[in-house]
Ligand binder design. Structure first.
Ligand SMILES: O=C([O-])CC(=O)C(=O)O
Ligand SMILES: [Mg+2]
Length: 635
């Protein structure tokens, strides 16, 4: 028998338990128990072993309030393996006033008359019953009236807290328009002002104060069946530097894309910020700063906290939870990936996600430029996570294609950092991740000199510093390339190495251009040029979905290559004819399903996938696993 919380606590209340929304309907609870037991043993009630899809259905049916006539895969991957067996300990489904206050189940005015009657909502809502589509239309009208992007961002955050399905429906249906709001560039501004706009916690904060108690912190999070964690320590938020605890906007934003673009259900996503202090003096002096008011802990203190975190994550969520490292400073990003890459399912978005999206763009661009990767020369401005990560993945692909040794494949790839071209004579003083790129060449101090010396066919900006592709640099690229490929990847828009308009104007419209944050189309001499967006958002949602749905336990470089190939394959001839090396974001769910399928296929091939048997049609399986934001009918 399920006990209600109030009776356990010995509280009395003028409302009945149902009215206060704390007791599930008895038939539902029985169904939950039966399905939970079945799913846990992977057998049906008669003891027959269940196929994965059948368990999914059992579990989805078991979720109280869901109408049997609804598609059952929406509950998603969580349910498929019996790990999320609903038990009496699960929070019960609310009804009455609490139902309207529960963002996961709230539908606002869209509750039907029958639902209003069955769930104690009579009189709590005005009579109109709009469809979800009409609700989206109304909200878009409101959002479009805000002139300031940050206001739109705050409206969206509020919506997410109020009605989760409507938030995702709106985001998915208007992805091109809303991506720049919930993601780069606006999310960058939101992080800068996070202390002032903070209203409700959207993820977990783990600070030095919680050292020794991280497992307890994880257990405080209301959701138990987590599949993806995005974690930052806030030290390098986009190209905006150290934003300390206010970096939380990034994991929150990335995870909302996991759901909207990759179909991972929201309750399986956990945003985390690790707060070891900040070296940002402005924040330390800001009375509204929400983080620890101290300079960053480093060395052993930092390592110990991170180690406790990684250990607690595995202990609490098991081996198959994906941890995505986001916006760590270079040294920590590389160290963490190296340290945990062999023991955990980890992935660094800034190193590996960015690399995969750029490699994909290059694969597509070759159809416009001609030749193979090995025929091109690459020059990077910026030799941090993104720069060296992309460079390495290109070299890996060249080496695979040509059978040449990796060292040899690196020879056509050059990097410039703040001290000039990375060359042999600087090797001693270079950080370890730059050393492989120290080629034999005279010292060169400026980017312009490097461009003129190396004569790259592809120029890639990963410096985090805005407007560093000057007119001379871009014109030099155009002087020896018929179609210079220019990727200005730093985020947000203010940090982009050059704008789309500059790239097209300075090359007389000949550039193939993409940036990390979006730019609007450019009119130049009577023609419209549509810049591409080379952002890891194309990759991580599909990659993550592929890892989760196959139960993969380690990320392998070949999975990144598989993701790149799948994305490049989605670029149509029409896209290419318009100078586009990425497909439009409007198709992103389909794209993510293809990426997920390719990644999962590679995981099965490498023996790293644990969810067996392997589904035959991985694209269809990926699609069937995706969360749908459509409202469900409540019994
Ligand atoms: O968040 C983005 O737009 C891309 C990214 O990972 C970064 O710039 O750090
Ligand atoms: Mg990032």
């Amino acid at each position: 028998m399920i006990q209600n919380k109030a009776s356990i606590a010995g509280l009395s209340s003028p409302f009945s338990d149902r009215q206060r929304g704390i007791v599930p309907k008895a038939p539902c609870s029985l169904k939950i128990k039966a399905a939970a037991a079945a799913a846990a043993s992977n057998r049906d009630r008669n003891g027959t072993v269940l196929a994965v899809e059948t368990v999914t259905k059992e579990m989805a049916e078991a979720e109280s309030l869901i109408d049997d006539s609804q598609p059952t895969v929406a509950g998603g991957i969580r349910d498929a393996y019996g790990e999320d067996a609903a038990t009496e300990d699960q929070p019960v489904t609310p009804c009455g006033y609490s139902l309207l206050r529960d963002p996961r189940h709230n539908k606002g005015l869209a509750f039907t008359d029958k639902e209003r009657d069955a769930h104690y909502l009579l009189g709590l809502l005005p009579p109109s019953v709009p469809s979800q589509e009409l609700q989206v239309k109304k909200l878009m009208n409101i959002i479009r009236q805000y002139q300031v992007p940050l206001q739109k961002y705050m409206y969206m955050m509020d919506l997410q807290e109020r009605n989760e399905r409507l938030f995702y429906k709106l985001l998915i249906d208007h992805v091109e328009e809303m991506l720049p709001i919930v993601y780069t560039p606006t999310v960058g501004e939101a992080c800068q002002k996070y202390g002032s706009i903070f209203s409700r916690p959207q993820g977990l904060y783990i600070s030095l104060k919680e050292k020794g108690r991280i497992l307890e912190v994880l257990r405080n999070w209301p959701e138990k069946n987590i599949q993806v964690i995005v974690v930052t320590d806030g030290q390098r938020i986009l190209g905006l530097g150290d934003l300390g605890c206010q970096g939380m906007g990034i994991p929150v934003g990335k995870l909302s894309l996991y759901t909207a673009l990759g179909g991972v259900r929201p309750s399986a996503c956990l945003p985390i910020t690790i707060d070891v202090g900040t070296n940002n003096e402005k924040l330390l002096d800001d009375e509204f700063y929400i983080g620890l008011r101290q300079r960053r802990a480093t060395g052993q203190e930092y390592d110990e906290l991170l180690h406790e975190f990684m250990t607690a994550v595995k202990q609490n969520y098991g081996e198959r939870v994906l941890v995505q490292f986001e916006d760590f400073a270079n040294h920590n990003a590389f160290d963490l990936l190296a340290k945990y890459g062999t023991t955990h399912l980890v992935f660094n978005d800034d190193i590996q996600g960015t690399a995969a999206v750029v490699l994909s763009g290059l694969m597509a661009a070759l159809k416009l430029l001609g030749g193979t990767l090995a025929d091109h020369r690459f020059l990077f401005l910026g030799a941090g996570e993104a720069g060296t990560g992309i460079a390495e993945l290109i070299a890996l692909e060249i080496s695979k294609q040509t059978q040449m040794p990796l060292d040899e494949a690196r020879k056509n790839i050059w990097l410039v950092d703040s001290k000039g071209l990375i060359v042999e004579s600087r090797k001693e003083s270079l950080q370890h991740f730059k050393k492989p790129w120290a080629h034999d060449h005279e010292p060169v101090e400026t980017l312009l000199e490097a461009v003129n010396d190396i004569k790259p066919t592809v120029l890639i900006g990963t410096s985090g510093v805005g407007r560093t592709f000057t007119q001379e640099v871009v014109e030099a690229m155009a002087s020896f390339n018929e179609k210079p490929l220019i990727l200005a990847l730093s985020n947000p828009t203010s940090q982009s190495e050059c704008t789309a308009e500059q790239a097209y104007t300075w090359t007389n419209g000949r550039a193939i251009y993409a940036s990390g944050s979006p730019f609007p189309p450019v009119e130049y001499e009577g023609q419209t040029y549509v810049p591409g967006q080379s952002n890891n958002a194309y990759i991580f949602p599909g990659l993550g979905l592929g890892l989760i749905m196959s139960g993969t336990i380690r990320v392998h470089d070949d999975m990144l290559l598989a993701a790149s190939e799948a994305l490049a394959a989605q670029v149509t001839q029409e896209n290419l004819d318009n100078g586009q090396i990425y497909p439009p974001f409007t198709n992103i769910r389909k794209i993510s399903a293809h990426i997920a399928a390719n990644v999962a296929a590679k995981a099965y091939e490498l023996g790293l996938a644990t969810r067996l048997p392997r589904p035959k049609d991985l694209v269809a399986y990926a699609e069937s696993c995706m969360y749908s934001p459509s409202y469900r009918n409540y019994r």
